[in-house]
Write a protein that binds this ligand. Sequence first.
Ligand SMILES: [Zn+2]
Length: 411
Amino acid sequence: MNTVALRVNGERLWSRLMEMGTIGATAHGGCNRQALTDLDLQGRALLSRWAQAAGCDVRLDAIGNMFVRRRGMDESLPVVMTGSHLDTQPTGGKFDGVYGVLAGLEVIESLNEHGIATRHPIELCVWCNEEGSRFPMAMMGSAVWSGRLSLHDAYALTDRDGVSVRSELDRLGLTAPALPRQAVKAALEVHIEQGPVLEQRRKTIGVVTGVQHMSRHEIVIHGQEAHAGPTPMHMRRVPVRALAQALPALYAAAAAQGPEARFTVGVIETRPGSANTVPGLLRFTVDVRHPDADRYAALKRAVHEVVRAALAEQTLEGEVRCVWEAPGVSFDAACVSAVRTAASSLGLAAIDMVSGAGHDSCNVAAVVPTAMVFVPCAGGLSHNEAESATAADLAAGANVLLHAMLALALE
Ligand SMILES: [Zn+2]
């Protein structure tokens, strides 16, 4: 069959999103279907029914990831994979993650309906505990799958009531023997953007080229507590002076790295925090992000240099240290190109973009060629019961997924 005219069934995709959304539905139109709860199990059961009706095999791995397989003409070939997550935040929406799973199922259904066989098998995965809201480890299932987190450490995670991942997997019957990771030719994930860029620029498709680099820094400056009245200015040791000197230079350093740089001073606090006392200590935080590795490194270095220079100038003691860092991800060029080609062949308005948020694809990309597709969401809102997207945009993203996967699975 000529596959150029092939499209997913957008109405079925929408009605399934709404049906999945009834499991854990909240008062304000959102979803509370947290990982490894009874509701999570119900969501998985619904997906399994749909997948089995579509003639697919469903299997689990040792950390409760689900894999739905559509056979290929050559079953010995590596799979072309897609997937996302079915778990939600406590006041989450109906689309975050769920859309990527049901769009993947829609790809399989569409191939079935048109009798299209692919050389490579296709696998749809549901990653366990992406949100990290109940068990404090976001992207847990994909981290175990990719070897970035040990099964032992994942099993030991507990929720606020002290219940462990291992005991919930057992209780829900979601454990299976550990399997060697399947060979994967390419992995794609379609997701709502969770930001405002596509909507503002009136584009339907984000071709996601990677995930930005990010880190947090904490700066502590020591001064000397003194009375605000009797102490002459030249006899004070004032940490705020170092901050005042550093801030303009820090904003300039961020601007020097172009419009994609993100620089945020989120916390500024003094101690003792009294209006008529020179503070003895000042603490502030800097959050730094950039999609480009060199520019990110330059900005991070500049933060430390600017602060040290301000301390030296003001002859004050202090420390600047990086307290958290998540390295960025550059997605695979061939996978990104498959997404871009699919969007353009469908005549959809698309732009390249970098994800500001983490996704399972960050872990997947560590071990197999990976890319992502974004579609707009209303007001850029996510992790919110009011999260919303249009049926047309969701169908467009699923069509991009379909054609990109088809191109990768046929050759
Ligand atoms: Zn998500």
